[in-house]
Design a protein around this ligand. Structure first.
Ligand code: SAH
Length: 395
């Protein structure tokens, strides 16, 4: 047994099969420079390639700062195309766009780009499928296919940044400002590659997208050792914890990994992260009619979180095919919000962008079916929607 055992339990070691060819975005700057040198080129060409990649340039013909003779070689060796668009679907007047990507081995994943008046957010996938098996989430139903490589995850954000820069979403050219790991997969079950992705999102050009830590959100079912590791590594990205129930009995059924790490441990790990970063974490809670939306559960959740550096983000359940469950009716939502606020817990209700293209939270279940056939699902990020239920400024 090696010391990798100490990092995360083996249960999270997804199959390595299907991993894509090496890509510049999988490498550290030093490794990239060494790889370029191995190809007989000066090391600074790694920086040139990085600049092109993070700007979304993949066509060698456009890499005019590289000698023609080496463009193809370097591109093939370090910028292999890993993500192929199968299709785009737009909603919300052209301001939400879901993309279905095919990976080199045929695996499918989705990402969703959402434009708001003050920001543009992309929701990205960290795994093809998901092994967490939450019964209300479409992605969880098909199980895990494989982890994505860092370059496959980063590529989704780079494509979104390029789409914004090129004005591909309604509203003209803009800038990608936020990234949320709320697409397919459990990001903390693919820790090392997600960690690399965070570095790339945060690094300034030419080695990354230059996003701010607070505008990047990692959402997790609550893999406690991985939350601790994130804390120890001194990251300040926004942490979202998918709680969905304040009590272990119910959470054991809604988020099956709860049988391993209990509500109390998950909240304690998130508290430690908040203490280290000084930043509020977000508690995700899908409101499911007559399952977890009772007034007494709101009170229980309020007690659990009162006085903590946390805010609750309620997500009216997005129904998934074949599930008997439904979103909580509005009066139940209002009551839930009111009780949490009465307990002193900041609470907002998430807007569900992209619902009609199965692009909302928990709806991503990439398949290659015809558009319009309700089979796709990828969770979409958040937007606080203070309108109906009374505003409570987030952040
Ligand atoms: N594995 C990560 C990311 C998943 S998706 C996690 O669990 O946090 C992002 C959010 O969407 C999670 O909070 C998830 O629980 C929620 N979600 C999943 N299915 C949903 C559904 N059908 N309706 C509403 N939210 C859902």
């Amino acid at each position: 047994m090696d010391d990798a055992m100490t990092a995360l339990p083996l249960v999270f070691d997804a199959p390595r099969r299907g991993m894509p060819p090496r890509h510049l975005a999988d490498l550290s700057r030093e490794e990239a420079r060494a790889a370029v040198a191995e190809l007989g080129q000066p090391a600074f060409r790694a920086d040139q390639l990085a600049r092109h990649f993070y700007r979304g340039v993949t066509d060698p013909a456009q890499m005019t700062d590289l000698p023609i003779a080496v463009r193809e070689t370097l591109t093939e060796a370090l910028l292999p195309g890993l993500l192929t668009v199968v299709r785009h679907q737009t909603a919300d007047n052209g301001r939400t766009r879901k993309t279905l990507w095919r990976l080199h081995d045929g695996a499918l994943v989705e990402s969703v780009l959402m434009r708001y008046p003050d920001r543009a957010t992309v929701c990205i996938s960290s795994q093809a499928g998901c092994g967490m098996a939450c019964p209300f989430c479409a992605t969880g139903q098909a199980g895990l296919t494989r982890n994505l490589s860092a370059a496959e995850i980063i590529g989704q954000a780079v494509a979104a940044a390029a789409a914004m820069a090129n004005g591909e979403l309604d509203g003209g050219p803009g800038r990608l400002s936020n990234v949320v790991f709320m697409g397919m997969g459990e990001p903390l079950a693919n820790y090392a590659r997600v960690r690399k992705t965070l570095d790339a999102l945060l690094a300034p050009a030419p080695h990354g997208l230059g996003l701010s830590q607070r505008s990047v959100t990692v959402s997790t079912v609550g893999l406690v050792p991985a939350i601790r590791r994130l804390t120890e590594e001194g990251l300040h990205v926004t942490l979202a914890v998918s709680l969905h129930a304040p009590d272990d009995e119910l959470r054991d059924t809604l988020v099956p990994i709860n049988t391993r790490w209990k509500v109390g441990e998950v909240v304690a790990a998130a508290d430690a992260y908040a203490a280290r970063t000084g930043r509020r974490y977000s508690v995700e809670y899908a409101l499911i009619r007559d399952v977890n939306d009772q007034p007494e559960r709101a009170d229980h959740l309020g007690k659990l979180l009162a006085g903590k550096l946390a805010h609750v983000n309620l997500i009216p359940l997005n129904p998934t095919p074949g599930s008997p469950w439904d979103a909580s009716p509005l009066p139940a939502q209002r009551e839930f919000v009111a009780r949490l606020r009465a307990a002193g817990v900041a609470t907002t209700v998430r807007d569900t962008r992209g619902q009609d293209i199965d692009g909302a939270c928990g709806q991503l279940a990439a398949s290659d079916a015809e558009p319009g056939v309700p089979s796709i699902a990828v969770p979409v990020p958040s937007v606080e929607q203070p309108v109906e239920l009374g505003a409570e400024g987030d952040e």
